[in-house]
Design a protein around this ligand. Structure first.
Ligand code: NAG
Ligand code: NAG
Ligand code: NAG
Ligand code: NAG
Ligand code: NAG
Length: 525
C-alpha cells in the first residue's frame, strides 16, 4: 500500500503531471490541474521518475538505497546495524554499529536532511545503540557524540572504543551528568559539558552475572524514572533455555547509599517510560516460557507487576538475536512496542495501578534496532546483512537500510500470531496462579495443559475482560472453563470459541498433589 502511495507522491512532485518535462513544479504559481501521474514499474531500472532529480532520490517501497549504511568488505567482517535514530535540529541523526569494537570499519554517525541526502559526520569502529535528549544542556546524545540544537557535534572520546548500549538521566546531578551503560557491564557517569566519563560500576560483578560459567553479559537498556535507574541485560544461553542457570537481569538502583536490587534473573532488553501519565516504567524480557512485560506503577502504587506475551518467532531467543526490541513514542503519547517479532500498540498511561490496552499490530521478521518519526514518516532502522565473523558464508558486505512509511502501515504487515507458556515444566502446588497472558488481538486460540506427573489435577481458566488485571475490585477475573487432568488423560486442550476474546487470560491450579510438574501453553494462530 505504502509502495504505491509513496511512488504516487514522488511521481507527482517530480513530474507535476507533465511526463515530458521532469521538472520540480511545486512553486509554479498557477499549476494546471494535474493529470494522473503514470504508474512507474518498479522492476525497470529507469522506473523512478525521481531518478536524475537530486531533490528526490530513487526509492522503492519506502526504501531509499542511498540511505544505506555499510561496513567495509575487507576483514574483519562482522555487522552493520542501525543502532539509533533521532530527529533533531531539522535533521535525522543515525548511528551504525559493528558487533564489537574493531571488528570492521566503515560504521559512523550520519545526518539525513529533509531532501533525504545523507552525510557521514564521523567514522567509528565500535558499537552504539543509545540515544537520549539531555534537556538541561539542550543536546541529544547518540553513540559517542553530543549534538546541540544548532547541529554542533562533540565527542565523548572515552567511549570511542567501547560498546554503549543505553544512556539514562542521572539520579542526583541530572543538570550536568548522564549515565552511559556499556553492553559488557560498565556503568559510566559522563559530564555533558566536558564530554568525559568515569566508571561507577562493573554490573557483571554487582549483579552477580555468572560470566565465568558461560553467561555472557549483554546489557541492552537503561532508563531513569521514579527515583530509580533501571537496567536490563538480555543474557540467554542454552543453560537459560533449559532452565538451570540464569544469566539475564533486570535490576534497579536508587542512587548513592543504596544497593542494587535484582528484579528478574532472565533476559531483559528494554526499559522505557514517560515522566507523566502515572509514571509507568515498562520493561521487556523473555524466558523459555514466553515474552515478559514488567510494569512499574508510579506514584502511590510504587510496585512492579508481571505480564506475559506470546512470542511471534523463536528467532529472537538467543541473546545475540535481539537487535534491539524497543518501546518508542512514534505518535504523540502513543507507544509502538517491538518484542519477539511482533509490533504492539501500548499506551504510556497507567490508571489505577495497571497498564491498559496493550494489543498486537503485526508480526515481522525485520530486525528493527531503533525506530523514530521524521517529517511525517515512521522510520524503521535495520540490521540486514551481517556475516558476523564469516559465520554466515552466504552473506558478503555488512549493510542495513531504512524503511520510510507511516505508522499505520504496520497494520498491513503480518497477522498477529504467536505462542508461549505461563507454566513450562513448572513445579507447582494447589492454588498456584499464573501471570496474566495477553489474549486480545489474536484470532484462533487454544490452551494446552500437561500434567507431567500423570495425576489428577483441576485447573480454572480465567479471563480479565477489561484490562484491569485484578487491580479494580469490581472488575475481577472471571472463569471461562474448568479443566481436569487424570492418570489416563494427563494432557488436555481447550479451544476458545470462535470470536471469543478478552484482554488477559490466566490459569489457576485449584487442586492437585503438591509438587506437580505442569505446563500450560497457549497457541494463537
Ligand atoms: C535509462 O536512462 C538512461 C539515462 O537517462 C538512458 O541512457 C537509458 O537508455 C535508459 N534505459 C532505459 C531502459 O530506458
Ligand atoms: C580500520 O580502522 C582502524 C582504526 O579504527 C584501523 O586501525 C584499521 O587499519 C582499519 N582497517 C582497515 C581494513 O581499513
Ligand atoms: C571516514 O573514512 C573515510 C575512509 O578513510 C574517509 O574518506 C572519510 O573522509 C571519513 N569521514 C569522516 C567524516 O571522517
Ligand atoms: C548493601 O549491601 C551490603 C552487603 O550486603 C550491606 O552490608 C549493606 O548494609 C547494604 N546497604 C544498604 C543501604 O542496604
Ligand atoms: C512430578 O514429576 C517431577 C518430575 O519428574 C518430580 O520431580 C516430582 O517429584 C513429581 N511430583 C509428584 C507429586 O510426584
Amino acid at each position: 500500500m505504502l509502495k504505491w502511495g509513496l511512488w504516487g507522491v514522488l511521481a507527482f512532485l517530480t513530474y507535476g503531471g507533465n511526463a515530458q518535462n521532469p521538472k520540480y513544479v511545486i512553486s509554479v504559481p498557477e499549476p494546471p490541474l494535474p493529470t494522473a501521474p503514470p504508474i512507474p514499474t518498479p522492476a525497470s531500472p529507469n522506473s523512478s521518475h525521481a531518478m536524475g532529480n537530486a531533490e528526490f532520490p530513487f526509492n522503492v517501497g519506502g526504501i531509499f538505497p542511498d540511505l544505506t549504511v555499510t561496513a567495509e568488505s575487507a576483514p574483519k567482517r562482522s555487522e552493520c546495524g542501525i543502532g539509533a535514530l533521532m530527529a533533531w535540529a531539522d535533521n535525522l541523526y543515525m548511528v551504525s554499529y559493528l558487533s564489537v569494537p574493531n571488528a570492521g570499519n566503515g560504521t559512523g554517525l550520519y545526518q539525513i536532511n529533509s531532501k533525504f541526502q545523507m552525510k557521514k559526520l564521523a567514522n567509528h569502529s565500535s558499537t552504539y545503540a543509545n540515544r537520549i535528549l539531555h534537556k538541561e544542556s539542550n543536546q541529544i546524545i547518540i553513540g559517542a557524540w553530543a549534538i546541540d540544537s544548532k547541529g554542533n557535534v562533540q565527542t565523548f572520546t572515552d567511549l570511542l572504543h567501547v560498546r554503549v548500549t543505553a544512556t539514562a538521566e542521572h539520579l542526583t546531578e541530572s543538570a550536568t551528568k548522564i549515565y552511559m551503560l556499556g553492553m559488557d557491564g560498565p556503568l559510566w557517569e559522563c559530564d555533558v559539558y566536558k564530554y568525559t566519563c568515569v566508571q561507577l560500576f562493573d554490573l557483571v560483578k554487582t549483579l552477580d552475572i555468572p560470566a565465568d560459567q558461560g553467561e555472557q553479559p549483554h546489557f541492552k537498556a537503561a532508563h531513569t524514572m521514579n527515583g530509580r535507574l533501571v537496567v536490563a541485560s538480555n543474557t540467554f544461553e542454552e543453560a537459560d533455555f533449559l532452565g538451570y542457570q540464569s544469566g539475564g537481569r533486570l535490576a534497579e538502583w536508587t542512587g548513592p547509599g543504596s544497593n542494587w536490587t535484582i528484579l528478574e534473573r532472565t533476559a531483559f532488553v528494554e526499559v522505557a517510560g514517560r515522566r507523566n501519565f502515572g509514571q509507568v516504567i515498562y520493561a521487556l524480557g523473555w524466558d523459555y516460557r514466553s515474552a515478559i512485560l514488567k510494569v512499574f506503577q508510579g506514584g502511590a502504587f510504587g510496585k512492579w507487576q508481571t505480564y506475559r506475551l506470546p512470542k511471534a518467532s523463536h528467532a529472537y531467543d538467543h541473546l545475540w538475536q535481539t537487535e534491539w526490541p524497543r518501546i518508542r513514542e512514534v505518535e504523540t503519547e502513543r507507544y509502538l512496542m517491538d518484542m519477539h517479532g511482533m509490533f504492539y500498540e501500548l499506551s504510556p498511561l497507567g490508571w489505577a495501578g495497571s497498564t491498559w490496552g496493550l494489543r498486537p499490530i503485526c508480526q515481522h521478521l525485520r530486525m528493527v534496532p531503533d525506530y523514530a518519526s521524521y517529517r511525517g514518516f515512521l522510520v524503521l532502522g535495520g540490521n540486514q546483512v551481517s556475516s558476523i565473523f564469516d559465520n554466515n558464508v552466504v552473506t558478503g558486505q555488512a549493510q542495513s537500510g531504512l524503511w520510510f512509511g507511516k505508522t499505520d502501515d504496520l497494520w498491513s504487515f503480518g497477522k498477529p500470531q504467536g505462542w508461549g507458556a505461563v507454566w513450562r515444566r513448572d513445579t507447582l502446588n494447589s492454588d498456584a496462579v499464573s501471570d496474566p497472558f495477553l489474549m486480545t488481538g489474536f484470532d484462533k486460540k487454544v490452551l494446552h495443559v500437561i500434567n507431567h506427573n500423570k495425576t489428577m489435577a483441576h485447573f480454572s481458566v480465567q479471563v480479565d475482560v477489561t484490562g484491569a488485571a485484578g487491580q479494580l475490585a469490581d472488575e475481577d477475573w472471571v472463569e471461562v472453563t474448568e479443566l481436569e487432568t487424570t492418570s489416563s488423560k494427563p494432557y488436555i486442550w481447550y479451544v476458545f470459541p470462535t470470536g471469543f476474546s478478552a484482554q488477559w487470560v490466566r490459569v489457576v491450579l485449584k487442586n492437585s498433589l503438591p509438587g506437580n510438574m505442569i505446563t500450560a501453553y497457549f497457541n494463537y494462530s
